[in-house]
Design a protein around this ligand. Structure first.
Ligand SMILES: C[S@@+](CC[C@H](N)C(=O)[O-])C[C@H]1O[C@@H](n2cnc3c(N)ncnc32)[C@H](O)[C@@H]1O
Length: 315
């Protein structure tokens, strides 16, 4: 592929997952934690542990239930968070399962919930996980390996129209029909099993020439389908609503305009019903200085709101 594609952060991670909007996250949670206030928050997407570590350093009274669905992420976060001892509990689970996790941990009503739902460097940097269109690997893309459906299952079994809709709606691929037609034709000969073969067929169908790898959008759409990311996000926000006490903070970082729309729609709708106070009309975005150091941050959007009208969580 052209050298320009190497600039695409979705194409290849940089080996170390740099958290985005960290200053802003610290500031937002400063609404509930100042000085040495004690309490718990949930980091529902702990990843490599960057945000959790920054929050624990900023607020000495804070403890974090740090959750991720991906065992590789938890393994990455463990040494980073180990110095904080029992101020951190690392647990495997999904955003949508937040209520059950809190009950099991005996933490009814937390003061904050953070979700940061982009793809992690560790996914892109490990071809064996099947997220990368640059380095060949099995066509997998499951963040939670206990899920049954892989990207190969989607690509080899969905009908052409569903694939085209997926690429268009979840990936923003304008040549979605061409990609779907090419996939269906190719899989008649041999079902897809590897990322490189799929990337090749998509690239030929949609054409290159842009700043990003031609398979970027379709791969993003597949990842979202395999991990049910839209549903997870909605159910995660609903779980936050059920479990946050009055004044509790929900902060959500997204990297995709469709996801940001979902967050805005949920928060504005539920704010109208009296459950949330929106804290700003405009979402927070990375400052120029951060974007120059971490290109992944350029598409990051942080929205946050505080819980209102709650008696203190309903775990
Ligand atoms: C962008 S990374 C998070 C980075 C993290 N904030 C940090 O500072 O290192 C996203 C993480 O969220 C996890 N994830 C995505 N969707 C999830 C879900 N529905 N439930 C739990 N974890 C999820 C992924 O496995 C991945 O580790």
């Amino acid at each position: 592929m052209a050298a320009a594609h190497r600039r695409d952060p979705q194409a290849r991670g940089d080996g170390v997952h740099a958290p985005v909007l960290t200053e802003e996250v610290i500031e937002v949670f400063g609404r509930v934690f100042s000085g040495g206030d004690e309490g718990w928050i949930v980091d529902g997407t702990v990843g490599a542990g960057g945000h959790t570590r920054a929050l624990l350093e900023a607020y000495p009274g804070l403890s974090v239930l740090a959750v991720d669905q991906d065992p590789d992420s938890l393994a990455e976060a463990a040494p980073v968070l180990e110095p904080f001892g029992d101020r951190v509990r690392l647990r495997r689970g999904r955003m949508s399962q937040l209520g059950g996790l809190l009950r099991r941990e005996g933490l009814p009503g937390v003061a904050g919930v953070l979700f940061d739902i982009g793809v992690c460097s560790l996914h892109l940097d490990r071809p064996e996980r099947g997220f990368s269109f640059r380095d060949d690997g099995p066509l997998d893309m499951r963040m939670d390996p206990s899920r049954e459906r892989t990207a190969a299952d989607v690509v080899n079994s969905w009908d052409e129209r569903d694939l085209a809709d997926l690429f268009f709606h979840e990936g923003g691929e304008r040549r979605s029909r061409q990609a779907a037609t090419a996939i269906v034709e190719a899989r008649r000969r041999v079902p897809f099993q590897r990322t490189a073969a799929l990337a090749d067929v998509i690239a030929k169908a949609v054409g290159g020439g842009g700043r990003i790898h031609p398979a970027t959008r379709c791969f993003q759409a597949l990842r979202r389908a395999v991990n049910q990311e839209g549903e997870e996000l909605l159910r995660g926000m609903q779980a936050a609503e059920h479990n946050l006490g009055d004044g509790g903070v929900l902060a959500v970082i997204t990297f995709h305009s469709g996801e940001d729309r979902e967050v805005r729609r949920f928060l504005t709708g539920r704010a109208r019903a009296g459950y949330w106070s929106l804290q700003s009309d405009k979402p927070l975005r990375a400052k120029r200085e951060e974007v120059s150091k971490n290109r992944r941050s350029r598409s990051a959007v942080l929205r946050w709101a505080t819980r209102s009208g709650s008696e203190g969580g309903q775990a």
